[in-house]
Design a protein around this ligand. Structure first.
Ligand code: NAP
Length: 242
């Protein structure tokens, strides 16, 4: 049985990705940082509904010691790690004048350095087995600019695209590394934004609606599966068409 780690899996997209893999008989590792209650509820839900092993680990993906300890725990329990989804992400949206170096660092640490650190420790174990799969969650904001208040977030997501291309070369031929760029997804992250702005955004999408998190999780699952065995170093938009 294969094992998948999803970072930032306590809520939103990460939660749906965990459920998708559990449905398909993968052992799952739920990583969270602050939302312990939600992470433990998800763990209970997986145990009650699927015949798979679950491990729940608190770790800030931007903190190297915590990431290292997380992988020690994973390897102790499962002996290997087959798939990693770098999903943990934050945004701190403000007008340009109110942006601070501190907040810029926080965003980069979680979104970009976190993706780097988790990939670094995961790839060590994957290379030993000569098998592995890394999927990085960027955003359409990493490709283009849509929201006027998120230049720091957008820069972190553009960095993830570059990191993906580099890692897919560096870790070849044993580890496939791909990047999914979702458009708007209905989660806490998008629900916190201005409603009028969000209504305008919806009109720009060809499908005229935002994504349910499971519609992104389905694509993540496909890219991780052996059915996508020749997809590598790809940047895949899943945005309803624009
Ligand atoms: P969300 O509902 O705000 O959830 C974010 C998740 O990331 C939470 O589980 C949170 O865990 C976790 N997280 C944050 N900082 C962390 C850290 N330092 N270490 C470990 N986990 C951390 O966001 P979402 O919408 O599901 O977003 C998931 C991913 O999709 C993000 O990378 C986001 O940028 C990307 N994305 C979202 C949208 C959208 O419209 N929602 C669009 C494009 C891309 P805790 O609560 O436990 O701290």
């Amino acid at each position: 049985m294969k094992t998948v780690l999803v970072t930032g899996a306590s809520r939103g997209l990460g939660r749906s990705i965990i459920i998708k893999f559990a449905e398909n008989n993968y052992n799952v590792v739920i990583n969270y940082n602050n939302s312990k209650k939600e992470a433990l509820e998800l763990e209970r839900y997986i145990k009650d509904n699927y015949q798979v092993e679950v491990l729940t680990i608190k770790a800030d993906v931007g903190n190297e010691i915590e990431v290292k300890n997380m992988f020690n725990e994973i390897i102790n329990k499962f002996n290997s790690i087959d798939i990693v989804v770098n999903n943990a992400g934050i945004a701190i949206d403000t007008i340009f004048e109110d942006k601070t170096v501190d907040n810029f660092h926080k965003i980069l640490d979680t979104n970009l350095i976190g993706t780097f650190l988790v990939s670094k420790y995961a790839s060590k174990y994957m290379l030993e087995k000569k098998y592995g799969n890394i999927i990085n969650i960027s955003s359409t904001n990493g490709i283009d600019t849509y929201y006027p208040y998120s230049m720091d977030y957008d820069a972190s997501k553009a960095g993830i695209i570059s990191l993906t291309k580099n890692l897919s070369k560096e870790l070849s031929p044993y580890i496939r590394v791909n990047c999914i760029c979702p458009g708007w997804i209905i989660t806490d992250m998008s629900n916190s934004l201005d409603k009028e702005y969000m209504n305008r955004e919806m009109t720009k999408i060809n499908l005229k609606r935002f994504a349910d998190p499971m519609e992104i999780a389905n694509v993540v699952y496909f890219i991780a599966s052996d059915d996508a065995s020749y997809v590598n170093g790809s940047i895949i938009s899943v945005d309803g068409g624009k």
